[in-house]
Design a protein around this ligand. Structure first.
Ligand SMILES: Nc1ncnc2c1ncn2[C@@H]1O[C@H](COP(=O)(O)OP(=O)(O)OP(=O)(O)O)[C@@H](O)[C@H]1O
Length: 735
């Protein structure tokens, strides 16, 4: 069984499938499996794993079984549901002759290979008294015929293009390093001259001259080193900024669905990862190049002294490098683990700070603290294993190196005794060997850094190779196009037979066979119990998620053929979880508009009834709010979000519980002003409050993802159906 590590916190399912596919000699990229697993907010489900496995030709069967069923090797490898929140592969069971017990061999994508006894396995696997969940996979008839897609890996070309703008700086660095290398080359000859000419001839003058030359050489080297460090810092910082800014730009082009399956830590860790690429590009690769030049020149000088020594040196150096390479795979697995643990650590800190209020309210401190300590322990364990591998790597490497030095010294001493070389030459050889140590060490650092950069690049590549939301050739809607577009019959948004599932074809339908017409210039309200799919419908209309089936058209244009960005330009929305940026009130309202239009801004503030609130603030509209500014109330937040939508002045408006946090007076006032603003605009309003929806031109009632009623307020009330039941209490209150 070949081990495949999970890359992100929610990747365990896809990694398990990849390992089992690999077991049957098929290599599937993790990204492809991840896409077909339909990862959701809570990670992957067993259903998602079986859908993805079937897609690549496996026959799958999941069941709750007892340990005897999985002890039967015929059913292996299989996937086990682990600790209720993870998936692992059980690939072998062996009878241990000494303990007279079965040993279960597990490949845990978040850890590595582990061997467990039946008791240990049961502890993590059983979900009730004596059974646990297992998914059995066997290659089906088509497994061999289905061709795995090619893995799109970012190669170093992608990274090296970041170096291009700094050609002249690199040239300067190159010259500096070359100068430094040449200077160090003079030292061994000076040493030999010092001994053979100076001491040998008992001439103090020659000794002075040689020592003076050494001082000047040292000074020259130091100056070169200082300049080199400055240039490296400059290029490094620039490259880092370009890589991260490209990464962020790419992130902003990805669909919302991508973010559903990722945690904050997955992103922050990736950004931290960039430093490794930068370090590799700026220092490691160049320094290694020069180390190689140095080593080669030293080799030539050594060969001039003694060929035998060169041979010994070469053989031992190759042995040392093989030793270092031997540990690279282990390092890679540990690096993925460390990435995940660090991401988990960041998520836990983020949650701790964001959830502080609830933590304090519910005496959650100890539990959360323990959870954080648990993560730290795991992080410590990974760090321990990393240290161990690094130590094996460097201790072995140093041992081989020292053995080599001793051997070389022995050979050189032997040659001096035999009278083949002078004492000065021997000291010169010792000096060269000493000087070569650091470039050879540099070489091991290079291998490590190269590997780190490669892993970081793979992780980056996962984001860079994601499909963007915008697809070339999509319809770009400008205002005129929308105004002039025709719809056979009446103008507006037409939804035809729309169904939607969040997590793939076998997951539950959130919306089922919805057909609806949202007339242009009118208000359509959507009501329904919590969880009935109202917000989901709105998100589909805003093109955040594509429908599983069915069509949506805006006048004559199909929504799925439109550019999302251009469609959203015509839409204003106040979402339930709308976000206040850490910036001034003004910037929070005008958002991306670079030239603030005062008239529009005043109108937005007035419509959202914010004037009084803003006037009371000493800095007025320039007051900072959000994370780094003044706290605002829930109602104030909603009013700022409304002002944002009003300032945008779009043709289509979507309000999801936009006024739910407002007091009745404020709501009434804003609704009256909004009525005026919404005239001639197409609006969709989701609300639980009767006062908000009652005046809508049409009201749609959603129940479990289906439309159960449609009409205006009075007709629906007289129907005494679902709408009546939903608002009954509020009607009584009204009466
Ligand atoms: N990102 C998501 N991934 C998976 N399931 C989701 C996601 N968002 C919502 N759901 C599920 O979809 C269903 C409908 O949710 P939705 O938010 O559309 O309901 P709603 O009618 O707007 O509810 P409310 O009135 O409480 O806001 C819920 O069962 C919810 O658990």
């Amino acid at each position: 069984m070949k081990f495949i590590a999970q890359h992100d916190q929610m990747d365990c399912g896809p990694a398990c499938i990849a390992m089992i596919a690999m077991y049957y000699k098929k290599k599937y990229p993790l990204g492809y499996l991840r896409e077909n697993c339909f990862l959701g907010k809570d990670g992957v489900s067993l259903l998602g794993i079986s859908i993805a496995s079937e897609k690549i030709g496996f026959d799958t069967f999941s069941a709750k079984v007892a340990i005897e069923e999985i002890s039967n090797k015929k059913n292996l490898p299989c996937i086990l549901h682990w600790n209720q929140n993870h998936f692992v592969v059980l690939y072998d069971v062996k009878y241990d002759f000494f303990s007279k017990k079965n040993v279960y061999k597990i490949a845990d994508p978040g850890y590595g290979f582990i061997k467990l006894t039946a008791e240990q396995l049961e502890k993590s696997w059983l979900s009730d008294n004596d059974t646990g969940v297992a998914l059995f996979l066997k290659p089906g008839d088509q497994f061999l015929d289905i061709k795995p897609p090619k893995e799109e890996k970012k190669n170093f070309q992608f990274i090296f293009h970041y170096l291009r703008p700094y050609k002249s700086e690199f040239f300067q660095l190159f010259i500096g390093l070359l100068g430094g290398s040449l200077l160090t080359l003079i030292f061994p000859f000076l040493t030999q001259a010092l001994i053979d000419e100076g001491i040998g001839n008992q001439s103090l003058r020659i000794v002075y001259i040689i020592l003076l030359a050494q001082i000047f050489l040292f000074l020259g080297n130091s100056v070169i080193e200082i300049i080199r460090n400055w240039i490296t810092l400059y290029i490094g910082a620039r490259i880092n900024i370009s890589i991260i800014s490209d990464f962020l730009r790419k992130l902003m082009k990805l669909p919302i669905k991508f973010f559903d399956a990722k945690m904050i830590g997955d992103f922050t860790q990736r950004i931290a990862d960039h430093e490794r690429i930068e370090a590799f590009l700026t220092s490691q690769s160049l320094f290694t190049l020069f180390s190689l030049i140095n080593v080669s020149v030293f080799f030539i000088v050594l060969a001039y002294y003694d060929l035998m020594i060169v041979m010994v040196y070469l053989i031992f150096t190759i042995l040392a490098i093989i030793w270092v390479l031997f540990f690279l795979n282990k390092r890679k697995i540990l690096d993925y683990q460390s990435f995940q643990r660090r991401a988990e650590h960041q998520d836990s800190i983020y949650e701790l700070i964001n959830g502080m209020q609830e933590i304090k309210l519910n005496n959650f401190e100890r539990f959360k603290n323990n959870a954080w300590e648990g993560i730290q322990i795991k992080l410590f364990q990974v760090n321990q294993r990393i240290l161990q591998v690094n130590q094996y790597q460097s201790v072995g490497f140093n041992f081989i190196n020292h053995l080599k030095n001793i051997l070389v010294t022995f050979i050189a001493a032997n040659e001096v005794i035999k009278g083949n070389i002078s004492l000065g030459a021997m000291l010169s050889i010792s000096y060269i060997i000493g000087q070569m140590n650091s470039p050879i060490n540099q070489l091991t650092n290079f291998f490590r850094s190269f590997q780190d950069a490669r892993i970081s690049m793979d992780r980056l590549g996962e984001v860079h190779s994601q499909n963007e939301e915008e697809i070339q050739g999509q319809i770009i809607l400008d205002g005129q196009k929308i105004d002039q577009s025709e719809n056979h019959g009446s103008r507006g948004i037409r939804i035809h037979d729309l169904s939607f599932q969040y997590e793939g074809p076998k997951s539950p339908y959130i919306l089922k066979d919805i057909s609806l017409f949202i007339p242009e210039g009118k208000i359509t309200a959507i009501v329904g119990a919590s969880g009935s799919g109202k917000t989901t419908l709105m998100k589909i209309l805003l093109k955040f998620y594509p429908p599983a089936s069915g069509e949506i058209s805006v006048n004559e244009f199909l929504l799925n053929e439109m550019s999302s960005r251009s469609w959203r330009k015509h839409c204003g929305a106040v979402m339930q979880d709308g976000f206040i940026f850490s910036d001034t009130i003004e910037r929070n309202i005008v958002t991306g508009d670079e030239n603030v239009n005062d008239k529009k801004l005043r109108k937005a503030i007035e419509t959202a009834n914010l004037s009084e609130f803003i006037e009371r603030l000493p800095l007025g509209i320039k007051t900072k709010i959000g994370a780094a500014g003044n706290g605002i109330s829930g109602g104030q937040k909603q009013r700022i979000l409304i002002a944002r939508a009003v300032y945008k002045n779009p043709k289509y408006l979507f309000f999801d519980e936009a006024t739910s946090a407002l007091d009745a007076d404020n709501e009434k006032l804003i609704m009256e002003k909004l009525d005026e603003f919404l005239k001639g605009k197409t609006s969709v309003i989701i609300a639980h409050r009767l006062s908000t929806v009652k005046n809508a031109h049409q009201i749609i009632v959603l129940k479990n993802g289906n439309i159960v009623e449609c009409g205006n307020h009075s007709s629906l009330v007289s129907n005494k159906g679902d709408y009546f039941h939903l608002v009954k209490n509020q009607l009584e209150l009204g009466n």
